[in-house]
Design a protein around this ligand. Structure first.
Ligand code: G1P
Ligand code: ZN
Length: 543
């Protein structure tokens, strides 16, 4: 088989510090663009020779073409074997599991997560390392350096692999193994949860709707919820993965999964509602009449995980990203295990999980996971909730309510200011950073600042330090505001403002988060001069 060395010029595009590349699909379709990134990954890990990889994606437009390119490049670079999900389908957590199960040298995931798909929308590729998690900072840096210096890439001239046919094929010297995307993942879930107990719950008439948002989790949810656990047919909504996700944003939050939330708030609501995103790593949990914020969900899971077989021995610890509410900190404190605060992004949980220091982790952006893989895992979170519901025989609303009465409640909200001119966003952040030393003496409206800093993280396992991870402003009386710039937006800058207010258990009232957070919001809008810097105070998306 002929190996071609194609001369190529360096690409720009990867944001330093991210393990992947996320761009408009048409950019990825330019000759050599995807190829340059893939070659840079192979170069960054010391070549692909005799190595094994997992490859799959969320089914969005260009998924299969990209996989064909990756297979031909892996063969040209001397890889021994690539394991591919049938029809190119693999969820992010399934890839993480397959890397670990088969002890491969890593995996490539084709997805732009919750961003829309299609020829005029977004595409992405990310590299996960041997532990199944997003590439480490050092590998990420090495990939980035390679994208800047690349001069050529290798690709074989060959026919496309048949991605639809299960089993082993040969691509030159390399083996391509096409596997069922669901079966190994399902097998893992069987070992974690009490499936008999969940089966009995569904058999007793418990009803659920899972919105797969026409993204990757459709086949997984149908196989697990409907076929394995006996949920009624029709439990899985929008279960067919589509190249454009049916035109929507496959982002499981009350904005983009509004039909499900509306159903759950209506008179005909089923007992339980859930959704997952494009590549299956995020989750949304909704009970009849109640939306559970991801921060609260993490706390409830931490408090109840012992009800599932895999976690029956208790948790070694939990971790949450800094902007995530401190609800799980209360659980950790009361139940007596450590709680770590990490920068935003899943890769920071990897070391803690590998070292056995935490069992559960999560982010306010709808990511929850555990030591079973090294990615957040949407369906896993849904199954853990189901296991808890089956054991406690209570509604979601009762469980959450009881949780607040026991641990207190962290009222929480995130406000996103999108497509902000980059300069304006930087000005806002820089201004606040400059005034940090003076903030603790400031009183804004009803609130006095007690502490303000820029979050720096020292990894407890390898000692590495990550600076500039967002601004924290603490107020007297248990309120906190966090400001940071998004690292994943594709247009201009996105300013994220996160707010929370802790209310002790005996004072928890049935009022909206917006109401409770009003004083925090006006204080931070004033202190950070939103009107002056951004020309507005209203956010685009509130979750
Ligand atoms: C967002 C979320 C963050 C998550 C990341 C990848 O990043 O806020 O929690 O880890 O997507 O899913 P951001 O755009 O805020 O940098
Ligand atoms: Zn995702």
């Amino acid at each position: 088989m002929k190996i071609q060395k194609i001369v190529s010029t360096p690409i720009s595009g990867q944001k330093p510090g991210t393990s992947g590349l996320r761009k408009k699909t048409r950019i990825f379709m330019q000759p050599g663009y995807l190829e340059n990134f893939i070659q840079s990954v192979f170069n960054a890990i010391g070549g692909a020779e005799n190595k094994t990889f997992v490859v799959g994606g969320d089914g969005r437009f260009f998924n299969q073409q990209a996989i064909q390119v990756i297979l031909k490049m892996a063969a040209a670079n001397g890889a021994a074997k690539v394991i591919v999900g049938q029809s190119g389908i693999l969820s992010t957590p399934a890839v993480s599991h397959l890397i670990r199960l088969n002890e491969t040298n890593g995996g490539l995931i084709l997805s732009a997560s919750h961003n829309p798909g299609g020829i005029d929308e977004d595409f992405g590729v990310k590299f996960n390392g041997e532990n199944g998690g997003p590439a480490s900072e050092s590998v990420t840096e090495e990939i980035y350096r390679n994208t800047k210096n690349i001069r050529e890439y290798l690709i074989v001239e060959a026919n496309d692999a048949d991605l639809g046919r299960l089993g082993v094929q040969q691509l030159g010297e390399m083996i391509v193994e096409i596997i069922d995307p669901v079966s190994d993942y399902l097998q893992l879930m069987r070992t974690l949860f009490d499936f008999d107990c969940i089966r009995a719950l569904f058999a007793s008439g418990f009803t659920m709707r899972f919105d797969a948002m026409h993204a990757v989790t459709g086949p997984y949810a149908r196989a697990i919820l409907e076929q394995e656990l006996g949920a009624e047919g029709g439990t899985v909504l929008n279960g067919e993965p589509l190249a454009d996700f049916g035109g929507g944003h496959p982002d499981p939050n009350p904005v983009w999964a509004k039909p499900l939330v509306d159903l759950m708030m209506g008179d005909d609501a089923p007992d339980f509602g859930a959704a997952s995103d494009g590549d299956g790593d995020r989750n949304m949990i909704v009970g009849r009449g109640i939306y559970v914020t991801p921060s609260d969900s993490l706390a409830v899971l931490a408090a109840n995980a012992h009800l599932a077989p895999a976690y029956a021995g208790g948790l070694s610890g939990v971790a949450r990203s800094m902007p995530t509410s401190a609800a799980c900190d209360r659980v950790a404190e009361k139940l007596g295990f450590p709680c770590f605060e990490t920068p935003t992004g899943w890769k920071f949980f990897g070391n803690l999980l590998d070292a056995g220091q935490v069992t559960l982790c999560g982010e306010e952006s709808a990511g929850t996971g555990s030591s079973h893989v090294r990615e957040k895992d949407g369906l896993w979170a849904v199954l853990l909730w189901l296991n808890i519901l089956a054991r406690r025989q209570q509604s979601v609303a009762d469980i959450v309510d009881q949780h607040w009465r026991e641990f207190g409640r962290n009222y929480y909200s995130r406000h996103d200011y999108e497509a902000v001119p980059v300069e304006a966003a930087n000005r806002l952040m820089d201004n606040v950073i400059k005034t940090l030393p003076d903030l603790p003496s400031r009183i804004s409206g009803e609130l006095a600042v007690s502490k303000a800093d820029e979050f720096s993280y020292q990894d407890p396992v390898d000692g590495s330090i990550s600076r500039h991870q967002g601004i924290r402003i603490l107020f007297e009386g248990g309120a906190r505001a966090v400001l940071r710039l998004s690292g994943t937006g594709t247009e201009g800058a996105t300013v994220r403002l996160y707010m929370e207010q802790y209310i002790a258990s005996d004072e928890v009232r049935d009022v909206s988060a917006a109401q409770v957070l009003r004083p925090v919001r006006s204080a931070v809008l004033e202190l950070a001069e939103f009107q002056l810097c951004l020309g507005r105070t209203e956010a685009d998306v509130i979750t």
